[in-house]
Write a protein that binds this ligand. Structure first.
Ligand code: ADP
Length: 495
């Protein structure tokens, strides 16, 4: 049979495309490709499932014929095409074409059809297994991409606890940037001593999980503290083969330190709010009830009423201070500490605050040493809050009284304020913690407080681009709190 041009195409009904799997012209194989089902000769065979014979194309064929099979100019003159049929389905088409007129007749058509019928069966088998192969490959690469891009760390072990794979996040958590993990080896046999300490700690907490998985063949879920400030959560799921036999597991783990921190913060905040807000509210209510009873009974004299009202006012102040602290705190935590910067005279502010606070105490003498004309761009209300906090701490933590010095110093671009008291001082081990949220010194429980004041001061100063610090020669020897502010702060991200 004249097969100057030979063409084999497979049809994919889902996408309605024809994939050219084999095409030969004059003994040369041409590259394949795919094309959408059209209205032409081969498409017609695919669509109808019937063979077609063209004896003289220039007369009987469709006028426009896109040629997939040949690069030779001009159209073939005769062609015969037969469908590859599998039951009711047409899975492809086989065709031969010639540049000669009348190259094919009924005999050739029959012959091609019988070749097609045999080929269809063979190709169907090949085709489907190959297709399956492609599908599997696609699924695998899809899964690979998912694993690689997962935020959670993932590790797979086989039935004997040997590490068979891990993703990028797992590598990061195990601090294995410069690889030294051996696949196919159990975790406990890895050369852990060569690992960075962080990664070793993670690997060590993985071991009992793998063991438990092997021993119980049940899912495992644990949270492990790694060092004082890091928590990881692990979840292990067993894998079984087709026969239901345990053959390893998938362990997904991640760092939940931040989440823990937020939970801890919420707990602390809740316990503070419930404890510290309750006390003044209770006192206010009790005082009011007492006054009411006394007034009703006509037993309240002027002093009683005045004292009672003073106590109510004092507790209401305390309450509102606490609420302000909580508000500030939630602003800071939410990154919403907006600053309202305007020219601010620092000396004037220090003097005013000192005067106001001096009026609350006879035991202390507040002295301000400040040059004039220190004006910076600050949020005056917030800086007042800081000064107020430092001054009231200086008084609170000097229960025996004494002098409190407020010093203002200026540099070319900065202003520094120091508040020095002669009070109880700070124990060496506390010094680095006083600015932490909810931190309270050891021996000061009897002095009222929340452990929030300095934390908030620190956040306010940091938002201005400055810094705070505390120094003390030791317990009983007074302390000095200082902060430095740039005269023209640049906005700090998050503030
Ligand atoms: P609070 O005063 O409510 O406890 P702060 O955040 O203002 O909270 O202070 C945190 C801790 O720092 C205090 O509990 C105390 O131990 C210590 N501290 C603060 N100011 C002084 C000071 N002037 N002298 C000694 N210790 C201080």
């Amino acid at each position: 049979m004249d097969a100057t041009i030979f063409f084999l195409g497979l049809y994919d009904p889902a996408s309605e495309t024809v994939e050219v799997v084999w095409q030969i012209e004059n003994g040369h194989e041409l590259p394949g490709g795919s094309f959408p089902l059209g209205k032409g000769f081969t498409s017609d065979v695919l669509r109808t499932g019937h063979a077609r014979l063209i004896k003289q194309w220039s007369r009987e064929g469709p006028r426009v014929q896109v040629q997939y099979a040949t690069g030779t100019p001009g159209l073939p003159e005769s062609a015969v095409a037969a469908p590859l049929r599998l039951g009711d389905h047409v899975i492809g088409v086989l065709s031969v074409e010639s540049y000669r007129k009348g190259a094919y007749g009924a005999r050739e058509q029959e012959l091609l059809q019988s070749i097609s019928d045999e080929a269809a069966v063979v190709i169907a088998g090949l085709h489907f297994t190959e297709r399956l192969g492609i599908q599997v490959r696609e699924r695998v690469s899809e899964l690979e991409a998912i694993l690689a891009n997962m935020a959670d760390a993932l590790l797979i072990v086989d039935g004997r606890g040997r590490l068979v794979r891990l993703n990028r996040a797992a590598r990061d958590l195990l601090s294995l940037e410069d690889s030294s993990i051996v696949l196919g080896q159990p975790i406990e046999e890895q050369q852990l001593e060569d690992w960075p300490a962080e990664g070793r700690a993670v690997a060590e907490s993985l071991q009992p999980i793998v063991q438990a998985l092997k021993a119980t063949e049940e899912p495992q879920e644990v949270e492990v503290d790694i060092g004082p400030r890091r928590t990881l959560s692990f979840r292990a799921t067993p894998l079984h083969d087709n026969a239901g036999v345990f053959n390893g597991g998938v362990i997904v783990f991640r760092d939940i330190t931040d989440q823990r921190e937020v939970e801890r913060f919420k707990d602390d905040m809740f316990s503070m709010a419930s404890h510290d807000l309750k006390t003044p509210a209770t006192v206010i209510k009790a005082q009011a009830q007492l006054l009411k009873r006394q007034v009703r009974a006509g037993s309240a004299d002027h002093d009683d009423v005045e004292q009672g009202l003073a106590m109510i006012a004092e507790q209401a102040d305390r309450l509102s201070k606490l609420l302000n602290l909580l508000l500030d705190l939630s602003r800071i935590e939410g990154g919403r500490l907006d600053l309202d910067l305007a020219p601010t005279d620092l000396r004037a502010m220090l003097s005013n605050m000192a005067r106001a606070i001096q009026s609350t105490t006879d035991k202390h003498q507040i002295r301000v040493h400040a040059p004039e004309g220190v004006i910076g761009h600050w949020d005056a209300r917030r800086i007042e809050e800081v000064v107020q906090n430092l001054l009231s701490n200086a008084i609170k933590y000097s229960p025996a009284g004494g002098t409190i010095d407020v010093l203002l110093e200026t540099g070319e671009q900065t202003a520094t304020v120091l508040v020095r008291d002669r009070g109880i001082g700070i124990a060496t081990e506390d010094a680095s913690h006083v600015f932490e949220r909810f931190f309270r010194g050891r021996d000061i429980r009897r002095l009222e407080g929340t452990g929030l004041g300095l934390y908030i001061c620190q956040a306010i100063i940091a938002a201005h681009g400055g810094r705070v610090w505390a120094t003390s020669p030791g317990t009983g020897q007074g302390s000095t709190f200082g902060f430095m502010l740039p005269l023209r702060p640049r906005p700090v991200a998050g503030s």
